[in-house]
Design a protein around this ligand. Structure first.
Ligand SMILES: Nc1ncnc2c1ncn2[C@@H]1O[C@H](COP(=O)(O)OP(=O)(O)O)[C@@H](O)[C@H]1O
Ligand SMILES: [Mg+2]
Length: 407
Protein backbone atom coordinates (compact mmCIF):
# COMPACT_ATOMS: atom_id res chain seq x y z
CA UNK A 1 0.00 0.00 0.00
CA UNK A 2 2.68 2.40 1.02
CA UNK A 3 4.40 1.74 -2.27
CA UNK A 4 1.24 2.71 -4.19
CA UNK A 5 0.92 5.99 -2.23
CA UNK A 6 4.54 6.65 -2.97
CA UNK A 7 3.92 6.15 -6.72
CA UNK A 8 0.88 8.51 -6.71
CA UNK A 9 2.94 11.10 -4.80
CA UNK A 10 5.75 10.80 -7.39
CA UNK A 11 3.30 11.18 -10.23
CA UNK A 12 1.78 14.35 -8.73
CA UNK A 13 5.29 15.77 -8.22
CA UNK A 14 6.15 15.09 -11.89
CA UNK A 15 2.86 16.68 -13.08
CA UNK A 16 3.58 19.81 -11.04
CA UNK A 17 7.12 19.97 -12.49
CA UNK A 18 5.85 19.67 -16.10
CA UNK A 19 3.14 22.32 -15.51
CA UNK A 20 5.71 24.70 -14.05
CA UNK A 21 8.07 24.07 -17.01
CA UNK A 22 5.24 24.72 -19.49
CA UNK A 23 4.15 27.97 -17.92
CA UNK A 24 7.74 29.11 -17.62
CA UNK A 25 8.36 28.40 -21.36
CA UNK A 26 5.20 30.28 -22.33
CA UNK A 27 6.24 33.21 -20.19
CA UNK A 28 9.67 33.31 -21.82
CA UNK A 29 8.15 33.17 -25.37
CA UNK A 30 5.72 35.98 -24.51
CA UNK A 31 8.52 38.09 -23.14
CA UNK A 32 10.60 37.45 -26.26
CA UNK A 33 7.70 38.36 -28.56
CA UNK A 34 7.04 41.55 -26.60
CA UNK A 35 10.70 42.46 -26.71
CA UNK A 36 10.75 41.90 -30.47
CA UNK A 37 7.60 43.95 -30.85
CA UNK A 38 9.08 46.75 -28.81
CA UNK A 39 12.20 46.81 -30.93
CA UNK A 40 9.98 46.95 -34.04
CA UNK A 41 11.95 44.04 -35.39
CA UNK A 42 9.16 41.57 -35.64
CA UNK A 43 7.43 43.19 -38.64
CA UNK A 44 10.74 43.22 -40.57
CA UNK A 45 11.29 39.50 -39.85
CA UNK A 46 7.77 38.77 -40.91
CA UNK A 47 8.38 40.33 -44.33
CA UNK A 48 11.58 38.30 -44.76
CA UNK A 49 9.67 35.19 -43.84
CA UNK A 50 6.98 36.09 -46.40
CA UNK A 51 9.47 36.52 -49.25
CA UNK A 52 11.18 33.29 -48.22
CA UNK A 53 7.86 31.49 -48.36
CA UNK A 54 7.05 32.89 -51.80
CA UNK A 55 10.53 31.89 -53.03
CA UNK A 56 9.94 28.36 -51.73
CA UNK A 57 6.54 28.31 -53.44
CA UNK A 58 7.88 29.38 -56.83
CA UNK A 59 10.68 26.83 -56.48
CA UNK A 60 8.02 24.18 -55.84
CA UNK A 61 6.08 25.28 -58.96
CA UNK A 62 9.27 25.16 -61.01
CA UNK A 63 10.08 21.64 -59.81
CA UNK A 64 6.55 20.48 -60.50
CA UNK A 65 6.61 21.75 -64.08
CA UNK A 66 10.09 20.24 -64.58
CA UNK A 67 8.76 16.95 -63.22
CA UNK A 68 5.84 17.08 -65.65
CA UNK A 69 8.23 17.78 -68.55
CA UNK A 70 10.41 14.88 -67.50
CA UNK A 71 7.38 12.58 -67.22
CA UNK A 72 6.19 13.62 -70.69
CA UNK A 73 9.69 13.08 -72.10
CA UNK A 74 9.87 9.67 -70.43
CA UNK A 75 6.50 8.67 -71.84
CA UNK A 76 7.59 9.79 -75.32
CA UNK A 77 10.84 7.85 -75.06
CA UNK A 78 8.99 4.78 -73.81
CA UNK A 79 6.62 4.96 -76.80
CA UNK A 80 9.53 5.29 -79.22
CA UNK A 81 11.30 2.30 -77.67
CA UNK A 82 8.06 0.34 -77.66
CA UNK A 83 7.30 1.03 -81.33
CA UNK A 84 10.88 0.80 -82.61
CA UNK A 85 11.40 -2.09 -85.02
CA UNK A 86 15.04 -2.35 -83.96
CA UNK A 87 15.78 -4.21 -80.75
CA UNK A 88 17.29 -2.22 -77.86
CA UNK A 89 18.89 -3.90 -74.86
CA UNK A 90 20.62 -2.16 -71.95
CA UNK A 91 22.94 -4.33 -69.89
CA UNK A 92 24.98 -3.55 -66.77
CA UNK A 93 28.73 -4.11 -66.36
CA UNK A 94 28.19 -7.82 -65.54
CA UNK A 95 26.12 -8.30 -68.67
CA UNK A 96 22.79 -8.53 -66.83
CA UNK A 97 19.94 -7.15 -68.89
CA UNK A 98 18.36 -4.08 -67.27
CA UNK A 99 16.02 -3.18 -70.09
CA UNK A 100 14.83 -4.68 -73.37
CA UNK A 101 12.18 -3.28 -75.71
CA UNK A 102 9.50 -5.51 -77.32
CA UNK A 103 11.40 -5.64 -80.65
CA UNK A 104 14.46 -7.08 -78.86
CA UNK A 105 12.29 -9.74 -77.18
CA UNK A 106 10.80 -10.65 -80.56
CA UNK A 107 14.12 -10.69 -82.44
CA UNK A 108 15.78 -12.96 -79.89
CA UNK A 109 12.65 -14.99 -79.13
CA UNK A 110 12.63 -14.34 -75.36
CA UNK A 111 9.68 -13.25 -73.26
CA UNK A 112 11.22 -11.66 -70.17
CA UNK A 113 14.94 -11.02 -70.56
CA UNK A 114 15.39 -8.58 -67.65
CA UNK A 115 17.97 -9.90 -65.15
CA UNK A 116 19.06 -12.63 -67.57
CA UNK A 117 22.60 -12.52 -68.93
CA UNK A 118 23.43 -11.31 -72.45
CA UNK A 119 24.56 -14.86 -73.28
CA UNK A 120 21.17 -16.27 -72.23
CA UNK A 121 19.27 -13.74 -74.32
CA UNK A 122 21.41 -13.53 -77.45
CA UNK A 123 22.40 -17.22 -77.64
CA UNK A 124 24.91 -16.72 -80.45
CA UNK A 125 28.67 -16.94 -80.00
CA UNK A 126 29.58 -14.15 -82.42
CA UNK A 127 27.08 -11.73 -80.92
CA UNK A 128 28.19 -12.51 -77.36
CA UNK A 129 31.80 -11.93 -78.42
CA UNK A 130 30.86 -8.55 -79.93
CA UNK A 131 29.34 -7.51 -76.58
CA UNK A 132 32.44 -8.79 -74.71
CA UNK A 133 34.79 -6.84 -77.01
CA UNK A 134 32.70 -3.72 -76.44
CA UNK A 135 32.97 -4.20 -72.66
CA UNK A 136 36.73 -4.72 -72.80
CA UNK A 137 37.69 -2.03 -75.30
CA UNK A 138 34.91 0.45 -74.45
CA UNK A 139 34.45 1.08 -78.18
CA UNK A 140 31.54 0.44 -80.58
CA UNK A 141 31.44 -3.08 -82.03
CA UNK A 142 29.33 -4.17 -85.02
CA UNK A 143 28.65 -7.79 -85.88
CA UNK A 144 26.40 -9.32 -88.55
CA UNK A 145 25.32 -12.94 -88.32
CA UNK A 146 23.01 -15.34 -90.05
CA UNK A 147 20.78 -17.41 -87.77
CA UNK A 148 19.98 -20.39 -89.98
CA UNK A 149 17.46 -21.94 -87.58
CA UNK A 150 15.38 -18.78 -87.66
CA UNK A 151 16.34 -17.91 -91.28
CA UNK A 152 17.33 -14.49 -90.08
CA UNK A 153 20.12 -11.98 -90.73
CA UNK A 154 20.88 -9.91 -87.66
CA UNK A 155 23.19 -6.98 -87.16
CA UNK A 156 24.20 -6.19 -83.60
CA UNK A 157 25.76 -2.87 -82.62
CA UNK A 158 27.24 -2.83 -79.10
CA UNK A 159 27.75 0.69 -77.75
CA UNK A 160 29.54 1.33 -74.41
CA UNK A 161 27.40 3.14 -71.85
CA UNK A 162 29.30 6.29 -70.78
CA UNK A 163 27.61 6.74 -67.41
CA UNK A 164 27.21 3.19 -66.18
CA UNK A 165 29.96 0.81 -67.09
CA UNK A 166 27.54 -1.40 -69.03
CA UNK A 167 26.53 -1.26 -72.66
CA UNK A 168 23.68 -0.64 -75.04
CA UNK A 169 22.94 -3.26 -77.69
CA UNK A 170 21.11 -2.36 -80.88
CA UNK A 171 19.81 -5.32 -82.91
CA UNK A 172 18.58 -4.85 -86.49
CA UNK A 173 16.83 -7.44 -88.62
CA UNK A 174 18.46 -7.34 -92.05
CA UNK A 175 16.60 -10.37 -93.43
CA UNK A 176 14.38 -8.32 -95.74
CA UNK A 177 17.29 -6.20 -97.01
CA UNK A 178 19.31 -9.35 -97.76
CA UNK A 179 16.34 -10.91 -99.51
CA UNK A 180 15.94 -7.86 -101.74
CA UNK A 181 19.63 -7.96 -102.55
CA UNK A 182 19.31 -11.62 -103.56
CA UNK A 183 16.24 -10.86 -105.70
CA UNK A 184 18.14 -8.06 -107.44
CA UNK A 185 21.16 -10.30 -108.05
CA UNK A 186 18.94 -13.10 -109.38
CA UNK A 187 17.15 -10.62 -111.60
CA UNK A 188 20.35 -9.40 -113.21
CA UNK A 189 21.67 -12.93 -113.71
CA UNK A 190 18.31 -14.00 -115.19
CA UNK A 191 18.24 -11.07 -117.62
CA UNK A 192 21.79 -11.77 -118.77
CA UNK A 193 20.97 -15.44 -119.17
CA UNK A 194 17.80 -14.71 -121.16
CA UNK A 195 19.71 -12.27 -123.39
CA UNK A 196 22.59 -14.65 -124.02
CA UNK A 197 20.48 -17.38 -125.66
CA UNK A 198 18.91 -15.32 -128.49
CA UNK A 199 22.14 -13.35 -128.97
CA UNK A 200 24.16 -16.55 -129.34
CA UNK A 201 21.68 -17.91 -131.81
CA UNK A 202 21.70 -14.62 -133.79
CA UNK A 203 25.49 -14.78 -133.94
CA UNK A 204 25.42 -18.39 -135.17
CA UNK A 205 22.79 -17.57 -137.82
CA UNK A 206 24.65 -14.53 -139.18
CA UNK A 207 27.91 -16.49 -139.29
CA UNK A 208 26.22 -19.26 -141.25
CA UNK A 209 24.87 -16.66 -143.67
CA UNK A 210 28.31 -15.08 -143.99
CA UNK A 211 29.85 -18.46 -144.69
CA UNK A 212 27.81 -18.94 -147.83
CA UNK A 213 24.21 -19.60 -146.82
CA UNK A 214 23.29 -16.08 -147.96
CA UNK A 215 23.52 -17.15 -151.58
CA UNK A 216 21.70 -20.44 -150.95
CA UNK A 217 18.18 -19.90 -152.34
CA UNK A 218 16.67 -22.47 -150.03
CA UNK A 219 18.57 -22.03 -146.72
CA UNK A 220 19.10 -18.24 -147.04
CA UNK A 221 15.46 -17.15 -146.52
CA UNK A 222 15.01 -19.80 -143.78
CA UNK A 223 17.91 -18.38 -141.75
CA UNK A 224 16.66 -14.86 -142.31
CA UNK A 225 13.25 -15.92 -141.05
CA UNK A 226 14.84 -17.35 -137.88
CA UNK A 227 16.82 -14.14 -137.38
CA UNK A 228 13.55 -12.28 -137.65
CA UNK A 229 11.96 -14.46 -134.96
CA UNK A 230 14.91 -14.04 -132.59
CA UNK A 231 14.89 -10.26 -133.02
CA UNK A 232 11.13 -10.27 -132.34
CA UNK A 233 11.58 -12.19 -129.14
CA UNK A 234 14.40 -9.85 -128.05
CA UNK A 235 12.16 -6.86 -128.77
CA UNK A 236 9.32 -8.41 -126.79
CA UNK A 237 11.64 -9.11 -123.89
CA UNK A 238 12.94 -5.53 -123.89
CA UNK A 239 9.34 -4.28 -123.94
CA UNK A 240 8.31 -6.58 -121.07
CA UNK A 241 11.34 -5.61 -118.99
CA UNK A 242 10.58 -1.96 -119.53
CA UNK A 243 6.92 -2.50 -118.62
CA UNK A 244 7.86 -4.41 -115.50
CA UNK A 245 10.38 -1.87 -114.30
CA UNK A 246 7.96 1.01 -114.96
CA UNK A 247 5.14 -0.71 -113.09
CA UNK A 248 7.38 -1.77 -110.20
CA UNK A 249 8.85 1.67 -109.73
CA UNK A 250 5.38 3.18 -109.71
CA UNK A 251 6.00 5.18 -112.90
CA UNK A 252 2.89 3.84 -114.56
CA UNK A 253 -0.13 5.89 -113.73
CA UNK A 254 -3.39 4.05 -114.14
CA UNK A 255 -6.13 5.92 -116.00
CA UNK A 256 -9.21 4.92 -114.12
CA UNK A 257 -12.47 5.34 -115.99
CA UNK A 258 -15.69 3.34 -116.36
CA UNK A 259 -14.83 0.29 -118.49
CA UNK A 260 -17.48 -1.68 -120.36
CA UNK A 261 -16.77 -5.30 -119.43
CA UNK A 262 -18.27 -6.70 -122.64
CA UNK A 263 -16.25 -4.31 -124.81
CA UNK A 264 -13.06 -5.16 -122.88
CA UNK A 265 -13.37 -8.94 -123.35
CA UNK A 266 -14.53 -8.71 -126.98
CA UNK A 267 -11.70 -6.40 -128.00
CA UNK A 268 -9.05 -8.63 -126.31
CA UNK A 269 -10.56 -11.65 -128.09
CA UNK A 270 -10.52 -9.78 -131.42
CA UNK A 271 -6.88 -8.86 -131.05
CA UNK A 272 -5.93 -12.50 -130.49
CA UNK A 273 -8.33 -13.98 -133.06
CA UNK A 274 -5.77 -14.46 -135.83
CA UNK A 275 -3.26 -16.16 -133.52
CA UNK A 276 -5.93 -18.42 -132.05
CA UNK A 277 -7.07 -19.55 -135.49
CA UNK A 278 -3.53 -20.09 -136.71
CA UNK A 279 -2.97 -22.43 -133.75
CA UNK A 280 -6.08 -24.42 -134.69
CA UNK A 281 -7.99 -23.45 -131.53
CA UNK A 282 -11.52 -22.22 -130.78
CA UNK A 283 -12.12 -19.08 -128.74
CA UNK A 284 -15.45 -18.24 -127.10
CA UNK A 285 -16.51 -15.24 -124.99
CA UNK A 286 -19.20 -15.66 -122.31
CA UNK A 287 -20.88 -13.30 -119.86
CA UNK A 288 -23.00 -14.21 -116.87
CA UNK A 289 -26.48 -12.71 -116.75
CA UNK A 290 -26.33 -10.39 -113.78
CA UNK A 291 -23.07 -8.76 -114.88
CA UNK A 292 -22.83 -5.00 -114.30
CA UNK A 293 -22.32 -2.92 -117.45
CA UNK A 294 -19.07 -1.39 -116.35
CA UNK A 295 -16.51 -1.04 -113.56
CA UNK A 296 -13.75 1.48 -112.87
CA UNK A 297 -10.42 0.35 -114.28
CA UNK A 298 -7.62 1.23 -116.69
CA UNK A 299 -8.94 -0.14 -119.98
CA UNK A 300 -5.62 -0.45 -121.83
CA UNK A 301 -3.85 -2.16 -118.92
CA UNK A 302 -6.63 -4.72 -118.37
CA UNK A 303 -6.65 -5.46 -122.08
CA UNK A 304 -2.88 -6.04 -121.83
CA UNK A 305 -3.51 -8.58 -119.03
CA UNK A 306 -6.18 -10.39 -121.04
CA UNK A 307 -4.02 -10.50 -124.19
CA UNK A 308 -1.19 -11.90 -122.08
CA UNK A 309 -3.42 -14.63 -120.63
CA UNK A 310 -4.91 -15.54 -124.02
CA UNK A 311 -1.42 -15.59 -125.51
CA UNK A 312 -0.36 -18.11 -122.84
CA UNK A 313 -3.49 -20.18 -123.41
CA UNK A 314 -2.64 -20.32 -127.13
CA UNK A 315 0.97 -21.30 -126.41
CA UNK A 316 0.10 -24.08 -123.97
CA UNK A 317 -2.91 -25.64 -125.73
CA UNK A 318 -2.55 -28.19 -128.49
CA UNK A 319 -4.29 -27.72 -131.81
CA UNK A 320 -7.99 -28.65 -131.62
CA UNK A 321 -8.33 -27.32 -128.06
CA UNK A 322 -10.61 -24.61 -126.70
CA UNK A 323 -10.14 -21.29 -125.00
CA UNK A 324 -12.94 -19.53 -123.18
CA UNK A 325 -12.98 -15.95 -122.02
CA UNK A 326 -15.64 -15.17 -119.43
CA UNK A 327 -16.85 -12.53 -116.99
CA UNK A 328 -19.16 -13.14 -114.07
CA UNK A 329 -20.55 -11.21 -111.18
CA UNK A 330 -19.89 -12.36 -107.64
CA UNK A 331 -21.21 -10.51 -104.60
CA UNK A 332 -19.95 -6.97 -104.93
CA UNK A 333 -17.22 -7.75 -107.48
CA UNK A 334 -16.54 -8.83 -111.04
CA UNK A 335 -14.50 -11.92 -111.88
CA UNK A 336 -12.87 -12.34 -115.27
CA UNK A 337 -11.22 -15.54 -116.43
CA UNK A 338 -9.35 -17.20 -119.28
CA UNK A 339 -9.85 -20.96 -119.43
CA UNK A 340 -8.03 -23.36 -121.69
CA UNK A 341 -8.01 -27.08 -122.35
CA UNK A 342 -4.21 -27.12 -122.56
CA UNK A 343 -1.34 -28.94 -120.93
CA UNK A 344 -2.01 -27.53 -117.44
CA UNK A 345 0.46 -26.63 -114.71
CA UNK A 346 2.01 -29.02 -112.19
CA UNK A 347 0.86 -28.43 -108.59
CA UNK A 348 4.36 -27.59 -107.34
CA UNK A 349 4.64 -24.72 -109.87
CA UNK A 350 1.24 -23.17 -109.19
CA UNK A 351 2.43 -20.66 -106.60
CA UNK A 352 5.56 -19.76 -108.55
CA UNK A 353 4.33 -18.94 -112.04
CA UNK A 354 3.65 -15.28 -111.16
CA UNK A 355 7.33 -14.81 -110.26
CA UNK A 356 9.52 -12.96 -112.73
CA UNK A 357 11.25 -15.25 -115.25
CA UNK A 358 9.57 -18.35 -113.88
CA UNK A 359 8.70 -20.88 -116.55
CA UNK A 360 7.50 -24.37 -115.72
CA UNK A 361 9.77 -25.99 -118.21
CA UNK A 362 11.58 -23.79 -120.69
CA UNK A 363 11.97 -26.71 -123.12
CA UNK A 364 8.20 -27.07 -123.52
CA UNK A 365 7.59 -23.33 -123.66
CA UNK A 366 9.50 -22.36 -126.76
CA UNK A 367 9.33 -18.58 -126.87
CA UNK A 368 8.69 -16.45 -123.83
CA UNK A 369 10.62 -14.86 -121.02
CA UNK A 370 8.45 -15.73 -118.04
CA UNK A 371 7.64 -12.06 -117.43
CA UNK A 372 4.07 -11.94 -118.76
CA UNK A 373 2.31 -13.23 -115.65
CA UNK A 374 4.37 -11.14 -113.29
CA UNK A 375 3.40 -8.02 -115.29
CA UNK A 376 -0.25 -9.15 -115.18
CA UNK A 377 -0.03 -9.58 -111.40
CA UNK A 378 1.38 -6.09 -110.93
CA UNK A 379 -1.35 -4.55 -113.07
CA UNK A 380 -4.14 -6.34 -111.22
CA UNK A 381 -2.66 -5.48 -107.82
CA UNK A 382 -2.37 -1.84 -108.87
CA UNK A 383 -6.15 -2.08 -109.39
CA UNK A 384 -6.43 -3.32 -105.81
CA UNK A 385 -7.48 -6.68 -107.16
CA UNK A 386 -6.27 -10.25 -107.07
CA UNK A 387 -5.12 -12.73 -109.72
CA UNK A 388 -4.77 -16.47 -109.33
CA UNK A 389 -4.74 -19.74 -111.24
CA UNK A 390 -6.50 -23.07 -110.94
CA UNK A 391 -5.00 -25.86 -112.96
CA UNK A 392 -4.45 -29.56 -113.24
CA UNK A 393 -1.66 -31.02 -115.32
CA UNK A 394 -2.95 -32.47 -118.59
CA UNK A 395 -6.47 -31.03 -118.07
CA UNK A 396 -6.05 -27.32 -118.72
CA UNK A 397 -5.87 -24.15 -116.67
CA UNK A 398 -8.04 -21.23 -115.72
CA UNK A 399 -6.53 -17.85 -114.85
CA UNK A 400 -8.89 -15.63 -112.90
CA UNK A 401 -8.76 -12.07 -111.71
CA UNK A 402 -11.11 -10.02 -109.69
CA UNK A 403 -11.48 -6.30 -108.95
CA UNK A 404 -11.45 -6.92 -105.21
CA UNK A 405 -8.74 -8.39 -102.99
CA UNK A 406 -11.27 -10.23 -100.86
CA UNK A 407 -12.71 -12.58 -103.49
N1 LIG B 1 -2.34 -21.33 -119.79
C1 LIG B 1 -1.22 -21.93 -119.35
N2 LIG B 1 -1.10 -23.28 -119.40
C2 LIG B 1 0.01 -23.90 -118.95
N3 LIG B 1 1.06 -23.26 -118.43
C3 LIG B 1 1.02 -21.92 -118.35
C4 LIG B 1 -0.12 -21.19 -118.80
N4 LIG B 1 0.12 -19.89 -118.59
C5 LIG B 1 1.35 -19.80 -118.04
N5 LIG B 1 1.89 -21.02 -117.87
C6 LIG B 1 3.21 -21.33 -117.28
O1 LIG B 1 3.65 -20.19 -116.57
C7 LIG B 1 4.89 -19.74 -117.09
C8 LIG B 1 4.99 -18.24 -116.96
O2 LIG B 1 4.13 -17.58 -117.83
P1 LIG B 1 4.47 -16.13 -118.34
O3 LIG B 1 4.85 -15.32 -117.15
O4 LIG B 1 3.35 -15.62 -119.18
O5 LIG B 1 5.78 -16.35 -119.16
P2 LIG B 1 5.99 -16.82 -120.66
O6 LIG B 1 4.65 -16.85 -121.33
O7 LIG B 1 6.89 -15.79 -121.22
O8 LIG B 1 6.64 -18.16 -120.55
C9 LIG B 1 4.94 -20.24 -118.49
O9 LIG B 1 6.25 -20.38 -118.94
C10 LIG B 1 4.25 -21.58 -118.36
O10 LIG B 1 5.17 -22.54 -117.88
MG1 LIG C 1 3.27 -15.30 -121.26
Amino acid sequence: MTFQYFLIFLFILLAIWFAWKYFDLRKQINQYAQALHRQNKFSGNFKELESLASAVHSLQLFFESEKENLNAENARLATVLEQLTDGVIIADADGRVQFANPAACKLFGVSNPVQQTIAQVVRNFQLIEAWRRCQQTRSIQIETVELPTRRQFLQLTAIPDEYESGSLLLAQDLTQVRRLETVRRDFISNVSHELRTPLASLKALTETLQNGALTDVEAGPRFLERIHTEVDSLTQMAQELLDLSRIESGQVELNFAPVSIKRLLNSAADRMKAQVERAGLKLSVNFSENLPNSFRADYARLEQVLVNLIHNAVKFTKSGGEISLFAESITGAVRIGVKDSGIGIPTESLNRIFERFYRVDSSRTGSGTGLGLSIAKHIIEAHNGKIWVESEEGRGSVFLFCNSKLK
